[in-house]
Ligand binder design. Structure first.
Ligand SMILES: [Zn+2]
Length: 321
């Protein structure tokens, strides 16, 4: 009995070893061909990651283009996604307050802060409105480390691309040259497109606009427009009646004709302000896939510039020649 048991035991072991090595043999070629899996928090960062990673990566974003990046309900499916990730790219500056919980829940040491697969896209970017005094979240302000909507300047897009390149070099050094080439192509595309966009907006230089949330300083600066005020008194703080009254007065005084609002906020108050001042409320998505036809980082800027100019024209704001 004993020897029979031994034989069966040995056969079972051999069979197990055989199937394991068979499994390895079958899976090895697939593993070498497998693409890296990059997870970005936002669609904008994901779009840039696709340019840099090319056909060696699969990229997904956590949030969708129509969502407010500041406020996201963490879902288990996001953790599952991150569990499988080779790289995690964040906008940074505490924009994604929800991200640390997600990263911890994902149980993936490759993408934790400081690991090779962790990328903070903001490193080296031009960050505006860095507070000179300590700002606390208790006062409601959610832009504690400067304005985190910095991707809205294509020059910062190049910095984001570079940070992603650095991450790819760390986790996939064999393909560094390929990623470097892609990053160079991306930079070249920005350099070709940006002067065209600037030229389109140049006749409207100095035009004042109101924005709902303080999403746009990098964009406005880049394209020569001016924020005369915000519907939110502070980023993340809903407007009070007193603030609305003073905003209306300011808009009347300074003849501001455009209110830009992100699609994920309630329009009631902005529409009220627009009605009182004769201004136009323009809903504009600051993100890739947040509006029809905005399929990548480059079409985002075409969409923004074209829609703003159209609104200017509708409001009789004349280009200066
Ligand atoms: Zn914000």
């Amino acid at each position: 009995m004993n020897s029979r048991f031994n034989v069966i035991f040995r056969l079972t072991i051999r069979f197990a070893l055989l199937t394991t090595s068979l499994g390895l043999a079958l899976s090895l070629p697939r593993q070498t061909e497998a693409k890296l899996f990059l997870v970005a928090t936002s669609t904008d960062i994901a779009s840039i990651a696709r340019f840099v990673g090319g056909d060696k990566v699969d990229v997904e974003s956590i949030i969708q283009g129509y969502q407010n990046p500041h406020y996201v309900d963490v879902k288990p499916s996001y953790m599952v996604k991150l569990h499988k990730a080779d790289m995690f790219v964040k906008i940074g500056l505490d924009l994604e307050l929800w991200a640390p919980i997600l990263a911890e829940g994902a149980r993936n040491s490759k993408i934790l802060y400081g690991a090779p697969g962790f990328v903070d896209a903001s490193v080296g970017a031009e960050i505006l409105e860095i507070p000179q005094i300590r700002v606390t979240r208790e006062l409601g302000d959610i832009h504690l480390y400067g304005n985190p909507h910095y991707w809205l300047d294509p020059d910062n897009g190049k910095v984001i691309a570079h940070n992603i390149l650095e991450g790819l070099r760390r986790i996939d050094p064999e393909n560094s040259a390929y990623y470097e080439e892609n990053e160079a192509k991306f930079d070249k595309k920005v350099d070709a497109l940006l002067p065209q966009l600037e030229a389109k907006m140049k006749p409207y230089a100095g035009t004042k606009v109101i924005t709902y949330h303080n999403t746009w300083p990098n964009f406005l600066n880049r394209f020569g427009l001016v924020a005369a005020g915000y519907v939110e008194p502070k980023p993340g703080v809903p407007p009070s009646p007193a603030h609305v009254t003073s905003l209306i007065e300011k808009m009347m005084m300074e003849k501001v004709k455009i209110i830009i609002q992100e699609p994920f906020y309630e329009t009631k108050i902005s529409q009220f302000v627009a009605n009182k001042t004769g201004a136009k409320l323009v809903i504009l998505s600051p993100s890739v896939l947040g509006a029809e036809g905005v399929t990548d980082y480059f079409s985002l800027f075409d969409y923004l510039i074209d829609n703003i100019i159209r609104a200017f024209q509708e409001m009789g704001i004349k280009p200066q020649t």
